[in-house]
Design a protein around this ligand. Structure first.
Ligand code: FAD
Ligand code: A2P
Length: 273
């Protein structure tokens, strides 16, 4: 079980605007946690999109931040995968939420990491660092991902092994999923790496792509615009570096309005912590 079960006795309701109730919370490291909330019946989104969520601030105004929805579009609940920024206005508080608490959720999903923004292809690469995994936690659980591609490669890099755990558990759980378990077993390739702690595979996503190591390790041809598609989500520096590498392979950046071979979204604004 990935998440703790919901308590039968909910905490006192705060009657927030656009309130949703927390149903599960799991802490992965001192800097990472995930949680699930009820899903508003009216909320429709495409796997990979993000919404604004938050808490009521001390000044009585909602304190909202962008968050990728980590659960797939078909799920009854919504899942989020979050950083804990020690002095962060939102996450210094959000990290303490408990089952039964309420959060604010603004139901206007948007984002570029959606299937519609890519031209058809053979292989789909998900390239992420840190909490940039979140949109792919959604897309890896989305049947359309496996209907559209022969192979799906999830490259996720973190500094330390423990930071990979949420993604690792998610991928392991997928193989037993009654809806997409069989599809996933044949098609999903998980390629996690660390950069600052020994692990069976190491190195930055960028280095493993430009050196060709990941292609050699997986027995795949180098990326090419005829077959490969990519979705990128990490820090600004990561996104900029990956974009240059993908363009070096001949892939072009697309958008909802103009599908091409890859799409990029920021996992957060700022330099990281
Ligand atoms: P802020 O004042 O927002 O941030 C303080 C500083 O912490 C930032 O300047 C930055 O240096 C660092 N920081 C913020 N977020 C992160 C992060 N995720 N990883 C590493 N360093 C960070 N955050 C998530 O945890 N999960 C998500 O799924 C997620 N999706 C996002 C999607 C989009 C499109 C964008 C733009 C941001 C997303 N974020 C996500 C970041 C999120 O919006 C907040 O920045 C984060 O929750 C911290 O909020 P805060 O108020 O505590 O600190
Ligand atoms: P490294 O340890 O070599 O800096 P962070 O915790 O700073 O957000 O980084 C998350 C992961 O992303 C780390 O493994 C880090 O590697 C890697 N990373 C940071 N910046 C880049 C970049 N510009 N290109 C590729 N990988 C990066």
């Amino acid at each position: 079980i990935l998440m703790t079960e919901a308590s039968p006795i909910p905490a006192a309701k705060l009657h927030l605007p656009d309130a949703q109730t927390v149903t599960a919370v799991q802490h992965w490291t001192d800097r990472l946690f995930s949680f699930r909330v009820t899903r508003p019946q009216s909320l429709r989104f495409r796997s990979g999109e993000f919404v604004m969520i938050g808490l009521m601030g001390d000044n009585g105004k909602p304190l909202l931040r962008a968050y990728s929805i980590a659960s797939p579009a078909w799920d009854d609940e919504l899942e989020f995968y979050s950083i804990k920024v020690p002095d962060g206005p939102l996450t210094s508080k959000l990290q303490h939420i408990q089952v039964g608490d309420e959060i604010i959720l603004r139901s206007k999903p948007v984002g570029t990491l959606v299937h519609d923004a890519l031209l058809p292809g053979k292989r789909l690469w998900f390239l992420a660092t840190g909490t940039g995994l979140a949109p792919f936690a959604s897309l890896m659980r989305e049947p359309e991902t496996y209907e559209k591609y022969d192979q799906v490669i999830m490259m996720h890099t973190c500094r330390e092994v423990a930071e990979l755990e949420y993604g690792k558990r998610l991928v392991e759980g997928l193989k037993d999923d009654p809806l997409i378990g069989e599809l996933v077993a044949d098609k999903l390739i998980y390629y996690p790496t660390t950069t600052r702690e020994p692990f069976h595979h190491m190195g930055r996503v960028t280095d493993n792509l430009s050196s060709g190591k990941v292609f050699a390790d997986l027995g795949l041809p180098p990326m090419n615009p005829a077959e490969d598609r990519a979705m990128v989500c990490g820090s600004l520096a990561f996104n900029v570096d990956v974009k240059a590498i993908l363009e070096g392979f001949g892939l072009r950046e697309g958008a909802n309005s103009e599908p091409q071979e890859f799409v990029v979204e920021k996992a957060f604004v700022g330099d990281g912590i």
